[in-house]
Design a protein around this ligand. Structure first.
Ligand SMILES: [Zn+2]
Length: 333
C-alpha cells in the first residue's frame, strides 16, 4: 500500500470491533512496510519478557534527564533546521561541540532532489568496547523541508531523540565498555522533501550509511540497530513496532520491565516506516523506539504544535535508561 496519503490500516480490537485507522507514520506519512493487515490494538506484551529479569540485573543505568531536556531546548532554540539552512549547520556544530574528544566520523554527501541539491551529514560518535561487534543507537536531527517557512521546530520529532543521544554519549564517555562498541548516529535528511511523504526523497542519511556499511563490511558487525524517534512526549507510549526484529523488541520489553517502566511500552502494535528500515532490509536486528501518538490522534505531529511544552524529562529518562539497559543486556547476550 504505497498511498501517498499515508497508511491505512485495518485495526481489530480484541472485542471484535473493527476500526479503520489512518495512520501517518512518524517522521513520515509513509505506509507500513508490512502487508496492510490486521492491527491488534490489544496490549501486546511479549510473553518471553519476564523470566530472566532480575537475576543479572545490576543498578539502573545512569541518565541525567534534566540535562537531556536542556539539550532539547537548546536544539529547538535554533529554530527550524531543514536541509540546506543555516540552522541545520548550527545544529551540526552543536552536536559536534558535545562530542569533543570522542571518536567522531562524519558521513557527508550531496543529494539531488526535486527541491534541488543539498548537503547531507550523518554524524557518528564511536565508543569502543571489549567485545567484537557494534550496537548502533540512532536519531535523525533534521526538520521537514516543506515546513521550512513555518515555526515548526520538531521538539519531539528529531529534537527529543537527538538530545537523548547526546546524554547517552555523556554516559558512555570516558568509561571502559565491557561489551560491544556503541556507535551513536545522528542521521540526516530523514524527513521527506515533499508533502505528503514521498519515499524516494526521504531517509537519505540512513539509506546512504546502510549502503556504505554494507559495502565496507561494517554491517556484518552490527549486532543491533536501535532507533529513537518521538520519544519525548509527556504521555509516553512506546509502540510495539511491527517492522522491528521480534527478539530485539522482546529484549527492550525485558529491559523496560527490569526498570519498572513496562507500562510505557507496547500498549499497541503498529508497523512504522522509519530510519530502521534500510537496516531491517539488510538483515540487521533493528528496533524502532517510537511513540506515534503525540497528542490526541497524533495531532501535534509535523505541526507547529510540536513544541517543548509537550515533552517531559521523565520520558527522556525512561527511554534513555531502557535503551542503556537494552545495550547492557545485548552485551551479555
Ligand atoms: Zn517527522
Amino acid at each position: 500500500m504505497t498511498g501517498s496519503t499515508g497508511l491505512r490500516l485495518s485495526a481489530v480490537l480484541v472485542l471484535g470491533v473493527t476500526l479503520s485507522l489512518s495512520l501517518f507514520a512518524c517522521a513520515r506519512e509513509k505506509q507500513a512496510a508490512a502487508a496492510p493487515g490486521e492491527l491488534t490494538l490489544a496490549t501486546s506484551h511479549p510473553t518471553a519478557a519476564a523470566s530472566s529479569a532480575s537475576a543479572e540485573a545490576g543498578p539502573p543505568p545512569a541518565f541525567d534527564s534534566a540535562r537531556a531536556m536542556q539539550y532539547v531546548k537548546e536544539i529547538v532554540a535554533f529554530g527550524p533546521r531543514p536541509l540546506g539552512s543555516a540552522n541545520h549547520k548550527k545544529v551540526e556544530d552543536y552536536i559536534h561541540a558535545h562530542l569533543k574528544g570522542d571518536l567522531v566520523e562524519d558521513d557527508s554527501f550531496t543529494i539531488d532532489s526535486t527541491e534541488g541539491k543539498f548537503p547531507v551529514r550523518n554524524i557518528i560518535a564511536k565508543y569502543p568496547g571489549t567485545r567484537d561487534g557494534i550496537v548502533v543507537i540512532a536519531s535523525h536531527y533534521d526538520t521537514n523541508y516543506p515546513l521550512r517557512d513555518t515555526a515548526y521546530v520538531g521538539a519531539n520529532d528529531g529534537g527529543s531523540s537527538s538530545a537523548l543521544l547526546l546524554e547517552i554519549g555523556n554516559q558512555l564517555r570516558g568509561k571502559k565498555r565491557d561489551g560491544y562498541s556503541v556507535w551513536l548516529l545522528w542521521d540526516d535528511a530523514e524527513e521527506s522533501m515533499r508533502l505528503p511523504w514521498y519515499d524516494p526523497e526521504a531517509v537519505y542519511g540512513v539509506r546512504h550509511l546502510a549502503q556504505k556499511w554494507q559495502d565496507d563490511g561494517t554491517i556484518k558487525k552490527i549486532k543491533a540497530f536501535l532507533l529513537e524517534d518521538m520519544i519525548g512526549d509527556a504521555d509516553l507510549n512506546i509502540e510495539h513496532e511491527q517492522n522491528s526484529t521480534p527478539w530485539l523488541e522482546d529484549l527492550i520489553y525485558q529491559a523496560a520491565k527490569r526498570l519498572g517502566y513496562q507500562s510505557h511500552f507496547f500498549g499497541r502494535a503498529i508497523p512504522m516506516e522509519d530510519d530502521h528500515i534500510p537496516f531491517v532490509e539488510r538483515g540487521v536486528p533493528s528496533a524502532d523506539l517510537i511513540d506515534f501518538n503525540y497528542g490526541y490522534d497524533n495531532v501535534f505531529w509535523h505541526t507547529t504544535q510540536d513544541t517543548v511544552d509537550k515533552l517531559s524529562p521523565k520520558s527522556l529518562e525512561i527511554v534513555g535508561k531502557v535503551t542503556l539497559e537494552t545495550v547492557r543486556m545485548l552485551d551479555k547476550k
